[in-house]
Write a protein that binds this ligand. Structure first.
Ligand code: ADP
Ligand code: MG
Length: 769
């Protein structure tokens, strides 16, 4: 779709693409460029973050030391005095009515301070910007930039009007304060007319939804006279954002529906039937229902586009396998894409075990009509790789499992009919497309995730997919109990390791998860190591989502704390613990070779290792039935869905599971997001309830992280937590429009807007690769 669009779309011309350097001069364009604003259009899409009411002062209690702030405050006093070093200082105090903030300006002579003294007259109100520091226990701004309301304009009448207007506060930087951005926006917006600003929203739709034009909306948000006006403008822009996104998704859906796929109807007496007959358990009702949906989709000549969400341990693998077998029965092949090597190898083991002789096609003693399961990973040896490549290309392997190595160019399929993506949150839209490009006709697509996705997120991030849900877990599971353990409480920690010992003595297995690999490296395997499409050569990832969590905790706090626990160090400590004497303790992390990882997992599964100290490389999908205890160290450093995933690794057999979330400073501040996360996890195991809490706590960027949405960059105003109704409404509006005009031939502005959005995504994707 993108190529076809790209060919037809003209390069946008006109005033919106004029470089800011030309319009504003290099001195202003420079700092704006650092904010990512290069053209007139960029600047006009740089919306105010909020508005200050004229005369309404900022609550000064809310500002933090170290923060770059812009505050509206009233001058209480300003005095110049000599300082000991011989120079002069102007000390002003501004206030919000109750709290105050100091402003200080230094100069060698008295003269330069005089200008400030005149402006900073007591009683005047101004906007002050700078970085908050602490001096003699008082918060202050040193050499702040400022404007005094109503003073910095020329004529009196204008001054009065100006003084009554809401003041837009822009995301700014130290090199360009908010009001300089405001002036720049005015300079740029001033000479523009309706005709200069093409509107992606069709006129008929604007009328129906009583929305202003884009030109009007930009004026409303950048230069409002009243709050109503800025609100109206913002609403219109938010609607547009949601609408363009939904129109893009609607086009994707329409395009998929117009593609031809090979129909893969079931075959009576085929592999699937024989597999069902030998299945050691009964499918849950949910598994059966979803199975019927998938069977029906696969039998169609349009590509299936389906998202399967299922609670951790709800048995998605079997559901996927049954779909894959239907495709193999119909003469096609299925690819299963896993996020990590550990998980890919485990899938192969599981699939082979479940299939038994059905997976030994062509082997002595195997089933004559059976198929083969091939594995392709990045770090596999050359010989194994060649053989597996051949199995895939010849069609001898009906099922090919792999990491993103499956996306590489030299992997060929004889007849790829179905692509299953496990644990979608690690894969981007682009990767799905790459894999789909390997088939002659569009393959069917099944995306699986164990992270329940709230409806609004599903509509934005996965809006091009239909959804199926597995809510129940198979009967006979005893579930998992979760406790939060205070790391500094020696007695509790002692109890934790003795508990581990008891489980090992009962022939059970224990995971201990740490946020880092190596104690000597400050952030080994940490943030930034998170797997991104093509971002790295290895396949596994150890990183907790540390970066994101740093943000929501406030950087200062986390810096001050002791270093995070590391796999290698913790393994040594546990080996030295008397309570664990004689227990075999192994390690698993992303820096080990594929073989070593494989060996560690196999030994753990077989019970030769009883305790596995690991990074979150085990987070997704790892399945060892005898594992009963999950100890997570520095649990506050992990996100809700990660912890829920980790917890899902235990209690999968008949013995009850125990999850111990070890965290420092648990009681310090019960209101902190990390405290809320841990508490919520201890209270519920319902993944859907957790997803909702997660959505509340996380920032938008994390919820719709680029890797999972493939479109977060374009969401500036939309908040999935708040704008559910708007998202639903624009989905209906956009679907109707795309149905009536599938190529958007009659809506070139909308088509341009979608193309620009996709171009942004592709850029982002290329940067990540
Ligand atoms: P997930 O949905 O988290 O990927 P899995 O597919 O790994 O879960 O399944 C978890 C475990 O449950 C596996 O050991 C699988 O064989 C088993 N399982 C799946 N379906 C059933 C069922 N209907 N009854 C009993 N066990 C099942
Ligand atoms: Mg799974």
């Amino acid at each position: 779709m993108t190529a076809e669009l790209g060919d037809e779309v003209d390069q946008p011309v006109g005033r919106l693409v004029e470089p800011l350097a030309k319009v504003l001069g290099p001195r202003t364009a420079g700092p704006l460029g650092k904010l990512g604003l290069h053209t007139t259009g960029d600047l006009l899409r740089h919306y105010p973050r909020r508005y200050n009411e004229p005369g309404q002062l900022t609550d000064l209690s809310s500002i933090q030391v170290g923060e770059h702030v812009t505050v509206m405050a009233q001058v209480r006093q300003a005095t110049v005095r000599q300082v000991r070093s011989g120079g002069y200082m102007l000390a002003a105090v501004v206030t919000d009515g109750s709290r105050s903030l100091n402003l200080t300006f230094f100069a060698k002579a008295k003269r330069p301070l005089h200008g400030h003294e005149i402006k900073l007259r007591a009683g005047r109100v101004g906007l002050f910007t700078g970085t908050v520091s602490l001096y003699q226990r008082t918060r202050q701004l040193t050499h702040p930039d400022y404007v005094i309301v109503g003073v910095d304009v020329d004529d009196e009448a204008e001054a009065l009007v100006e003084a009554g207007r809401p003041i837009p506060i822009y995301p700014a930087s130290a090199s360009i304060p908010s009001w300089r951005i405001q002036t720049s926006v005015r300079t740029v917006l001033g000479p523009l007319t309706e005709a200069d600003v093409p509107d992606p929203l069709p006129a008929a739709l604007r009328q129906e939804r009583t929305l202003s034009t884009l030109y009007e909306a930009l004026r409303d948000v950048h230069e409002p006279f009243t709050d109503d006006q800025s609100r109206r403008g913002m609403h219109r822009l938010r609607y547009e954002e949601a609408f363009v996104l939904q129109a893009a998704l609607a086009r994707r859906r329409a395009e998929a529906a117009s593609q031809e796929a090979t129909a893969r109807p079931g075959v009576v007496g085929g592999l699937l039937d024989r597999f069902d007959a030998q299945l050691p358990f009964t499918l849950t009702a949910g598994q059966r229902e979803v199975g019927v949906e998938l069977a029906r989709d696969l039998a169609r000549a349009q590509p299936m586009q389906r998202l399967l969400q299922g609670e951790v341990g709800s048995g998605k693998t079997v559901v996927a396998l049954r779909a894959m077998l239907q495709v193999v029965d119909a003469g096609g092949q299925a690819a299963l894409l896993a996020p990590t090597e550990v998980l890919a190898s485990q899938h192969v083991r599981t699939l082979r075990a479940l299939l038994g002789s059905l997976a030994e096609g062509g082997f002595l003693g195997g089933d004559d009509d059976g198929t083969r399961v091939a594995l392709l990973t990045g770090s596999q040896g050359a010989v194994a790789r060649r053989e597996n490549l051949l199995d895939a290309a010849s069609g001898r392997a009906g099922i090919v499992v792999g990491t993103h190595a499956l996306l590489s160019e030299n992997v060929q399929f004889a007849d790829l009919g179905l692509v299953v993506v496990d644990e979608q949150h690690r894969f981007g839209v682009e990767q799905r497309d790459l894999l789909r490009a390997k088939a002659a006709s569009a393959p069917h697509l099944l995306v699986m995730t164990a992270t329940p996705i709230p409806r609004t997120v599903a509509m934005t991030a996965f809006g091009d997919l239909e959804t199926s849900t597995l809510r129940e877990v198979p009967a006979g599971r005893s579930g998992v109990t979760t406790h939060v353990v205070a790391a500094e409480n020696a007695r509790w920690m002692d109890r934790t390791w003795r508990r581990v010992r008891e489980e090992v003595d009962a022939f059970h297995r224990v995971y201990v998860v740490c946020p880092r690999i190596d104690p000597d490296e400050p952030r080994a395997g940490g943030a930034g190591d998170r797997q991104r499409p093509g971002a790295r050569t290895g396949d596994d990832e150890d990183g907790a989502d540390l970066l994101a969590l740093d943000l929501d905790e406030g950087a200062g706090e986390s810096r001050a704390r002791r270093p995070l626990r590391a796999v290698l160090e913790v393994a040594d400590e546990l080996r030295a613990l008397p309570a664990l004497a004689g227990v075999e303790i192994g390690v698993l992390h992303g820096r080990m070779s594929a073989d070593d990882k494989e060996t560690a997992m196999a030994k753990f599964a077989a019970g030769q290792l009883q305790v596995l100290v690991s990074t979150t490389v085990i987070e997704v999908g790892v399945d060892v039935a005898e594992a009963t205890v999950m100890v997570v160290l520095d649990a506050d450093r992990f996100g809700i869905s990660q912890l829920h995933q980790l917890r899902g690794r235990v209690g999968r057999g008949s013995a009850p599971g125990l999850c111990l979330l070890v965290s420092g400073a648990v009681d310090d501040d019960p209101g902190r997001p990390s405290a809320t996360r841990l508490r919520t996890l201890a209270q519920t195991t319902d993944g859907f309830a957790l997803a909702d809490v997660d959505l509340e706590l996380r920032r938008e960027g994390d919820v719709l992280g680029a890797a999972q949405s493939g479109g977060a960059s374009s969401l500036r105003l939309l908040r999935v937590t708040r704008d559910g109704d708007l998202i639903a409404q624009t989905r209906v509006d956009a679907s109707a429009l795309v149905a009536a005009d599938p190529t958007l031939a009659r809506h070139p502005e909308l088509r341009d807007a979608i193309e620009q959005q996709l171009a942004g995504e592709r850029e982002e994707f290329l940067e990540r690769s």
